[in-house]
Design a protein around this ligand. Structure first.
Ligand code: GTP
Ligand code: MG
Length: 230
């Protein structure tokens, strides 16, 4: 087989030199994420969450960055997590059980909400409390809009995660909105900004819930975390 034939049809956009996944890891993760998934509960208080008996991976990011859409993309369902173009849609911590083995956790967005300051603070504080104090949380995926890059409010969250030694990976969303050259530029610029952060996994992924770009790789990234730390 020639080198050309070995390449996947649409090569994933990854940082140069970043660990990429074997076809087998991608396939294993695809099969894992195709298993049954269900909504467990929405929590509005730290003391009203599911027991910490199963590993969890959480999706954090600014309001409207595409957290709920990305969870839907991962499990290949349209309406599992409620997505909306109204920023501040997710106001609870929503737990989804996948394959009876892991919970995917959809966090309320931070940074902006078209709701009153006190309401916004309330659900953003809840998200922060969860990120700092959940013993079974294996990794946080911090979503960043690929068109905008890291903002001050994102860096503040990364700072909090670094201080709490809470392992996280940065994932760019809405990659479909950028040209290929801009995608690569944003990946490299974002990687440069996070590479010295102590709790950051040193690899940035680019995704699109619209086109499916990077979704197989994100599944494999979650699979890798669960294999190593689940
Ligand atoms: P909150 O719950 O309010 O914090 O928002 P969220 O981060 O869960 O975002 P959500 O998934 O609700 O998506 C917000 C908006 O972005 C919706 O209008 C989505 O259709 C849109 N969106 C999400 N993912 C993508 C994507 O990959 N590409 C594009 N072009 N739009 C997207
Ligand atoms: Mg949401």
């Amino acid at each position: 087989m020639s080198e050309d034939q070995k390449l996947p049809k649409e090569p994933p956009v990854l940082l140069p030199g970043a660990a990429d996944f074997t076809d087998e890891q991608i396939e294993t993760a695809r099969v894992f994420f195709a298993q049954p998934v269900s909504f467990i509960m929405g929590a509005v208080r730290m003391d009203a969450m599911p027991p910490s008996d199963l590993p969890e991976v959480a999706f954090a990011g600014r309001s409207n960055v595409g957290k709920s859409s990305l969870i839907n993309g991962l499990v290949n369902q349209k309406y599992l997590a409620r997505a909306s173009n109204e920023p501040g849609r997710t106001r609870e911590i929503n737990f989804f059980l996948l394959a009876e083995k892991v919970r995917l956790v959809d966090l309320p967005g931070y940074g902006f909400a078209r709701v009153s300051r006190s309401v916004a603070d309330k659900f953003q504080d809840l998200g922060r409390a969860y990120l700092r104090g959940r013993p079974n949380l294996k990794r946080v995926y911090v979503l960043i809009d690929a068109r905008h890059g890291l903002k001050d409010v994102d860096n503040a969250v990364l700072e909090t995660l670094d201080k709490a030694a809470m392992s996280y990976q940065v994932v760019l969303t809405k990659g479909d909105a950028l040209k290929k050259s801009d995608q690569q530029f944003m990946l490299e610029a974002t990687y440069d900004e996070i590479k010295r952060r102590p709790a950051a996994f040193p690899e940035v992924l680019l995704t699109s819930s619209e086109t499916g770009l990077g979704i197989p790789e994100l599944r494999a990234a979650v699979g890798r975390v669960l294999a190593e730390r689940g």
